[in-house]
Write a protein that binds this ligand. Structure first.
Ligand SMILES: *Cc1c(COP(=O)(O)O)cnc(C)c1O
Length: 378
């Protein structure tokens, strides 16, 4: 028998409170009962995003909301500054290109964070840039960027700042309004403890004004349609009723723990993971800008990362992620986001020690665990 543990940076485990709520018979969405659910969901999401702006809920994965932030704000031929330091930054540039928007890319070494001054420099040189696309936690490299500093810079220009916080929401400190972020994008299956299938987007007044002049095609993901509905506690199309009911339950749990409490719990897990990696003689991919939602650990050349991840998952039931694109086989990523506690971290590190040893890496059993326990006992 295998008992499965899920420590991937999305999807993440879903608490039984949310699972059971989603198993209830479906209710119709044009009813006072569902309006109440939607109202609660939007209120709780405002808390997660730390914003007073509107929050729209889409029935899509996070990428749908990323796409909407191009199609609703911009027009063909517009310029957008895109910070590319990994898979997800690259996705923004690809979306821009598919819509005929011209991306001006800042290419950041994978494993490093962007220098906000570089953003300032490019904005100064290109006054016609309409939007800046950034990622708070670049999940492919486990890097966090200084969005607060970037927000300060972009807010002084006519451009809007769009930030992908899909893997950060509820897991990494983020403040939409305080940090002057115009558009923030979240997803259900990372830190929010809900299955995949929902995307969230919050839009500032400055960004809503840009929607007026955007001529790119949009229909399903129209912010105008979403705004008209959300003002009436409604959605333009049939919402993902069960997922939204699950979301309300999951966010109730975060509110009970408080956002600060949840962030601290995950920070300790990430610290323990980083500390264990070092104790095992392994290097971090992002030692200087490490995310508390996920940790990327470099593997020694002789260790095949694809095989390591497969063995941990299929032989031992412990799911972690490998590297993407050029990092495939070279790193592993262990999440500390969402419905996880320190005991999940201990399981992952223990399993990692065993499989590394089996693959021929010199492991002193317990050294990673010891380092983690030292963090947890503080
Ligand atoms: C998971 C993730 C996404 C979106 O992915 P979907 O598969 O569309 O949900 C986007 N950006 C980041 C940073 C992510 O971690």
């Amino acid at each position: 028998m295998l008992k499965h543990y899920l420590l991937t940076p999305g999807p993440t485990p879903v608490p039984s409170e949310a699972l059971l709520a989603m198993a209830k018979p479906i209710i119709h969405h044009r009813t006072p009962q569902f309006k109440e659910v939607l109202k609660q969901a939007v209120e709780s999401l405002r808390y997660m995003f730390q914003t007073k702006n509107d929050v729209f809920i889409f029935a899509s994965s996070g990428t749908g909301a990323m796409e909407s932030s191009v199609s609703n704000l911009l027009s063909a031929g517009d310029k957008a500054l895109v910070i590319r330091g990994g898979k997800f930054g690259e996705r923004f540039a690809e979306i821009c290109q598919s819509y005929g928007v011209i991306p001006i890319n800042i290419d950041v070494e994978w494993g490093e964070a962007v220098d906000p001054l570089q953003v300032e420099k490019i904005l100064n040189e290109n006054k016609d840039i309409k939007a800046v696309y950034a990622t708070l936690c670049e999940t492919s490299t486990a890097v966090v960027s200084d969005i607060k500093a970037i927000g300060e810079i972009v807010s002084k220009t006519d451009a809007v700042l769009v930030v992908d916080v899909i893997s950060s929401l509820g897991s990494v400190v983020f403040k939409t309004d305080d940090w002057k972020v115009d558009v923030a994008i979240g997803g259900s299956q990372k830190g929010l403890m809900v299955p995949p299938g929902l995307a969230f987007i919050t839009v500032s007044a400055k960004a809503m004004k840009m929607v007026e002049s955007s001529t790119l095609p949009k229909y399903y993901f129209s912010y105008k349609a979403a705004k008209k509905s959300v003002d009436k506690d409604d959605t333009p199309w049939t919402p993902a009723v069960s997922l939204i009911i699950g979301l309300v339950e999951a966010l109730k749990m975060i509110k009970e723990e408080t956002l600060e409490g949840a962030l601290l719990r995950q920070k300790r897990m990430a610290e323990a993971t980083r500390s264990a990696a070092k104790a095992l003689g392994l290097e971090l991919l992002a030692p200087l800008a490490a995310s508390d939602a996920v940790t990327a650990i470099k593997l020694p050349d002789k260790i095949d990362g694809v095989k390591l991840v497969k063995t941990m998952r299929d032989i031992y039931g412990v799911g972690i992620a490998g590297g993407q694109a050029q990092l495939k086989g070279k790193i592993i990523r262990i999440a500390s986001m969402g419905f996880m506690t320190q005991w999940d971290t201990i399981v992952a590190i223990s399993c990692l020690e065993i499989v590394l040893k089996q693959m021929g890496y010199d492991v002193e059993f317990g050294s990673g665990i010891k380092a983690a326990e030292e963090v947890f006992s503080k």
